[in-house]
Design a protein around this ligand. Structure first.
Ligand SMILES: [Zn+2]
Length: 298
């Protein structure tokens, strides 16, 4: 009996020590996780057009650079639910690159991400903006997106069939606080092939035209303050000229931004998104797990 009692006493003690070791394992696990979260990483996703797979013809649907609307909605909804901070180009520049502003308490513990769209496709307005309105209504949170636009391809008011956005559409999304409108050069030319005067024209005219479109809405002229190299193509000359007219510039090189070691504001990396990437893969990119698989060094 005594032995049994001893055993039951021993057995009763055992569970108390076991959870303690479990607690230690959890502490170590969450410490490791926490180190991961504090890494100075910001995923910047680079999209192009958005396709509605239910209504589009097969020919249009086959475009590699068109991302399915349903999958994009799932991604943005996930980011909203998990309280991601949708950065504008100005946010990234002020809070993370030159650190001229301190991150407010409201934003401090949120995971930053940037969602960008190049080339000004109309489908951003027709397929994505309604989703942004819908999600804002559902969750009371606004998802901001960055648009890198070529004013040379903007649709005129009369051209309803254009595949590209027009100034009025840009103004609507900007006024509602969904669009951060930035420059992608006047005519989407490979800037590394241009003589000096044409290069300057591509950079300056793009800025002038975009600011003309949003003039009355953008008193502080924040539109077209940042740039994305067409085709991601740049060299020293291009970079030097871009730095005369813009505060920062974005690449398209499938790397994740480590702002802890980014020395040059004119080489901001972006992750490339095409139809081959599933929502799950994009969520992994958002969580920074992509970097673990594809480690980029400083
Ligand atoms: Zn482009």
């Amino acid at each position: 009996m005594t032995n049994n009692n001893d055993n039951s006493f021993f057995n009763a003690q055992k569970p108390k020590t076991f959870p303690l070791s479990l607690v230690m394992v959890f502490i170590m696990f969450f410490t490791i996780l926490n180190i991961g979260n504090t890494e100075p990483i910001i995923p910047i996703l680079g999209f192009h057009g958005i396709i509605d797979t239910k209504t589009s013809t097969r020919r249009l649907y086959q475009g590699e650079m068109n991302y399915p609307r349903e999958d994009l909605e799932k991604l943005i909804e996930y980011l909203i639910i998990h309280d991601y901070w949708f950065l504008s180009t100005e946010d990234l520049y002020n809070f993370f690159l030159n650190k001229s502003q301190e991150i407010s308490a409201e934003h401090r513990n949120r995971k930053p991400i940037m969602i960008s769209f190049d080339d000004g496709y109309k489908t951003v307005h027709t397929n994505l903006l309604p989703i942004l309105y819908k999600l804002e209504k559902k969750y009371g949170k606004k998802a901001k997106i960055v648009l890198f636009i070529n004013p040379g391809t903007l649709a005129s008011q009369k051209n309803a069939d254009s595949t590209h956005l027009g100034c009025q559409e840009l103004r609507e999304g900007f006024k509602k606080g969904f669009y951060d409108i930035q420059s992608h050069g006047m005519n989407h030319k490979n800037l590394t092939n241009l003589p000096r005067h044409q290069l300057v024209n591509e950079l300056l005219q793009a800025r002038t035209e975009l600011r003309k479109c949003t003039q009355d809405l953008d008193i502080e002229q924040k539109v077209a303050s940042h740039f994305a190299y067409p085709y991601g193509a740049y060299n020293k000359k291009v970079k030097d000229y871009v730095s005369k007219y813009y505060l920062s510039s974005y690449l398209y090189n499938n790397q994740i931004l480590n702002y802890g070691c980014l020395k040059n504001y004119y080489k901001i990396p972006r992750l490339m998104v095409n139809r081959q990437k599933s929502t799950t893969q994009l969520i992994e990119m958002a969580q920074g797990l992509y970097q673990i698989k594809n480690k980029n060094k400083c």
